[in-house]
Design a protein around this ligand. Structure first.
Ligand code: CLF
Ligand code: SF4
Length: 522
């Protein structure tokens, strides 16, 4: 679809920024931005965020050095994730601990989606793949190593890969995810490679909780079990975290939310890691199915509902919780994921596409594409500011008293541009007058609370309506009569439009909260 194909409800007298070329166009960006949208015209321009920082977390990033580091990292900046892609290379097969949600046949579930198996690459083949992907997907800005085992349990392969990529692809950010057991041993090496982003999976800081998650830990040639194992793991994780933050390396903490095991404990974890300088906390749902053959899966341990995940994320973010920056848009990628978060283009890059062919690294072409993306983002940001819409840049002071949840169907590019029936995921925003803040992404296929609620008889449509049950409206480019009726029966208004997301969400929020009988701010 070209930008000109999109019919936007634009006021004719309003200025339109130029249509983007290159990457933004490829992302189906629209021809109008916030100032010209009908949605924006409903907003009062009195309030609004003046921040230019690219913040995807729950709070604005005041430090320009940090803002620059996260500006094009799709996981550390929710705004960036609409435009920039990441890729993972599966170079790290082994692991040094056992998690009860992993059976080793699949990718490391600390960062990846359980039940997915990625094929292993040598560091040299990984470099060839990175160069191929970088030349095809120029908005790919980050290379992450996240499995299929633990990257730091495979230090030779992991660091060799990073060295090769740093040598040949100087504009790609390096990113690493680890269970943290051996992290303190490698912090200097990580710093020397200019790795600016490290994720540690911390599911507990209390060994009593930990012994229900980790049956054993292999440390310095010895296998530990019970509380002792979790005590060692937790101490090493926190030691590594402190060492990284001391070196100004941004740390994201992942926590797998396991209902009845660590859910009540995770606010405490959030508080601890925040006090030690972690930048971002990503509470991810346990995905547990008997066919994965994990201890939790076989024991019938359920995963949380999206509503439970959001409630916990909100508690961690709250003033009386941990007041932590929360990541709300994780897609639990696979260890060989390629593309924008939420899309999986790994199958386009099989070995035949990168082995045996020399790919020239088009640094200049990539720079140009990234420049175009930044221009497009600036236009949208200026539009939001002109319309007085806060939330995207996280200025909590501007949050209205009354908000509702509004779901959006989007293919990216910052625009409501997807048919309801084609959407495999929805972005859920907190919406109110002059306020639009992304609070969760929900995958239609991912969440299932077990046979009692999600049996064979439940259609995808019914499941989708249940997924959005706490939303007041869903914004999409098109919706059929059957889903519209089912949504209406569940109290969810279906709104058809093509528009820039934030102004459209804020307008819907303003309208819905003016009718809403109760305050829904958490
Ligand atoms: Fe990969 Fe992870 Fe780096 Fe991102 S993923 S190593 S921080 S580049 Fe991102 Fe994927 Fe969630 Fe990970 S969406 S699973 S948080
Ligand atoms: Fe599996 Fe990852 Fe846990 Fe290792 S750290 S046991 S690979 S989930």
């Amino acid at each position: 679809m070209s930008p000109d194909d999109i019919m936007l409800p634009v006021l004719p007298s309003q200025p339109r920024p130029a249509a983007p070329s290159g990457p933004a166009a490829a992302l189906a960006a629209p021809t109008a931005a916030a100032p010209g949208s009908s949605a924006a015209s409903l907003a009062d321009p009195a309030a609004g965020c003046k921040s230019k920082s690219s913040c995807g977390t729950s709070s604005p990033v005041a430090d320009p050095e940090i803002a620059a580091k996260i500006a094009n990292h799709p996981c550390y900046s929710a705004e960036a994730h609409q435009y920039y892609a990441r890729m993972h290379v599966a170079v790290a097969p082994g692991c040094n601990i056992q998690c009860n949600y992993c059976n080793r046949k699949y990718d490391c579930a600390n960062e990846s989606r359980p039940g997915v198996t990625s094929s292993l690459l040598s560091p040299e083949d990984a470099l060839a793949k990175v160069k191929r992907v970088a030349s095809e997907i120029k908005q790919m800005s980050v290379l992450g190593i996240a499995g299929p085992g633990d990257p730091l349990a495979n230090p030779k392969r992991t660091f060799r890969t990073m060295e090769l990529v740093a040598r040949d692809c100087p504009d790609i950010k390096l990113c690493l995810s680890t269970n943290g057991l051996t992290l303190p041993d490698y912090v200097d090496r990580i710093a020397a490679l200019d790795v600016d982003h490290v994720t540690i999976t911390i599911n507990m800081t209390d060994p009593e909780v930990g012994e229900r998650i980790y049956p054993w830990v292999a440390f310095r040639g010895k296998k530990y079990t019970g509380r002792e194992a979790s005590k060692i793991l937790s101490e090493r994780q926190l030691e590594g975290l402190a060492m990284l933050t001391e070196r100004k390396i941004l740390v994201k903490v992942n926590s797998v939310m396991i209902p009845g095991v660590n859910d009540d404990h995770l606010v405490e974890v959030s508080r601890t890691v925040k006090s030690m300088g972690a930048f971002l906390h990503n509470v991810m749902p346990l995905v547990s199915a008997p066919e994965h053959g994990t201890v939790f899966g076989l024991a019938g341990q359920r995963g949380p509902t999206p509503q439970e995940v959001k409630a916990l994320q909100d508690r961690c973010a709250d003033d009386d919780g941990a007041e932590m920056n929360m990541m709300r848009h994780c897609r639990q990628c696979r260890a060989d994921a390629v593309g924008l978060l939420g899309e999986d283009r790994s199958e386009e890059f099989g070995p035949e596409t990168y082995l045996g062919t020399e790919v020239a690294y088009d640094l200049e072409g990539r720079r140009k594409v990234h420049e175009d993306i930044e221009k497009w983002r600036d236009d949208l940001r200026d539009g939001r500011e002109a319309a007085g819409i806060a939330g995207a840049a996280g200025t909590e002071a501007a949050r209205p008293e009354r908000t509702v949840l509004v779901a959006v169907a989007t293919k990216g590019g910052g625009v409501v541009n997807q048919h309801f029936g084609h959407a495999e995921e929805f972005w859920v925003y907190e919406a109110g007058e002059n306020w639009a803040k992304l609070v969760q992404t929900r995958s239609v296929a991912r969440y299932c609370e077990g046979p009692s609620e999600c049996g064979d008889a439940e259609t995808t449509l019914q499941k989708t309506v249940r997924l959005l049950s706490d939303c007041a409206a869903v914004l999409c480019s098109k919706v059929g009569p059957e889903p519209r009726d089912l949504l209406a029966a569940a109290g969810i208004e279906a709104v058809e439009l093509y528009d820039v997301i934030e102004p459209a969400v804020a307008a819907a929020g303003a309208r819905l909260t003016s009718d809403a009988p109760e305050v829904t701010v958490p």
